[in-house]
Write a protein that binds this ligand. Structure first.
Ligand code: GLP
Length: 313
């Protein structure tokens, strides 16, 4: 059964829900087999989990160790539909919204879906502002593997954006430190980010904030971790050298976003998702910082959720 955006159900659990309330909401979801519905629970609640696939083993169990919202979809296309709908809702509600945008394979189906839906609904994107998370140092904006080119190819060239409102760090800036400061200052001038999209690296990086980055670190230059360069080599020609450094928005700017959607898909993300879930908040896994954010949702497909330690709860 597939629901369109208007029909999609929305469960709200008020206050600090106990196991019975949570179980009730999940059971309702499970019985109806509704895809793409959201369980919204206040962030101070004990249980902020949503895992219909494994409901039987979750029933009657109590708390997740940390407050956060988790949504699990069957596959990346269902996620694309959900995230695209969320983007459209936020843009319709606030046409001059400030978006934080991410790159990577995870975002490709999301942008493709968004472009299709935005065209069909004649969505006005001309007043929105965007800030990309990061860019490789040493790649010109017209280099096919730069994140500028990625954004142009997957999103910017397909809709009537105002180019002056689209920001991507400049990996060719002469004075990189000054550029980072100016990028962060421009973001502040624009009022900060309303909705931030995030992917996650296999080592838990967000943007290019590698393990060990201080949580209060602003936009900065980063030496990329070896694993990141290996992971991202799949986007470069065989034998090409993956840049060793990048500019990235810091965890400080990311955490100031008023709403965050982090998306992880595929088996390659299952281990880091499980590590984040089990562990505390640690700079060794940058995306654990989102446990401290009041409105961050972790969106997984079943493959990325496959190592979540349900039985350990
Ligand atoms: C890159 C980007 C990140 C992105 C990550 C995951 O390193 N800098 O912002 O989240 O890759 O990429 P993918 O979606 O391709 O797995």
């Amino acid at each position: 059964m597939r629901l369109d955006r208007k029909e999609r159900p929305f469960f709200a659990v008020e206050g600090k829900p106990g196991p019975t309330q949570i179980e009730g909401a999940l059971t309702h979801y499970y019985r109806n087999s509704l895809k793409n519905c959201a369980l919204h629970v206040p962030t101070h609640a004990t249980i902020l989990a949503f895992c219909p696939v494994r409901l039987p083993s979750w029933s009657g169990r109590t708390a997740l160790p940390h407050s956060y919202m988790l949504q699990i979809f069957s596959d990346p296309l269902s996620i694309a539909e959900y995230v695209s709908d969320t983007l459209i809702d936020r843009i319709q509600a606030k046409p001059d919204v400030v978006l934080g945008l991410a790159t990577g394979g995870t975002m490709e189906p999301i942008y493709a879906r968004f472009v299709d839906e935005a065209r069909q609904s004649n969505l006005d994107v001309s007043r929105l502002t965007s800030f990309n998370l990061d860019e490789y140092i040493g790649l010109r904006p017209d280099h096919p593997k730069s994140y500028s080119a990625y954004m142009r190819d997957h999103l910017f060239q397909h809709l009537e954006f105002d180019a002056a409102r689209l920001h991507v760090p400049d990996g060719m800036a002469q004075d990189l430190a000054a550029h980072c400061k100016a990028y962060a200052a421009r973001l502040r001038e624009c009022g900060g980010i309303d909705l931030q999209l995030l992917g996650v690296g296999g080592n838990g990086h967000i943007g290019f904030n590698e393990p060990g980055t201080a949580f209060d670190c602003p936009c900065h230059v980063v030496e990329l971790a070896e694993q990141t360069r290996i992971d991202n080599s799949r986007f470069f020609a065989k034998g090409a050298i993956v840049p060793g450094s990048a500019i990235t928005m810091g965890l400080a700017e990311i955490m100031e976003a008023r709403e965050i959607l982090l998306v992880a898909t595929g088996e390659s993300k299952a281990q880091i998702v499980a590590d984040r879930y089990q562990g505390g908040v640690t700079e060794a896994i940058p995306f654990t910082v989102l446990k401290r954010h009041p409105r961050a949702t972790i969106i997984l497909d079943e493959a990325a959720a496959s190592l979540l330690p349900v039985d350990a709860l």
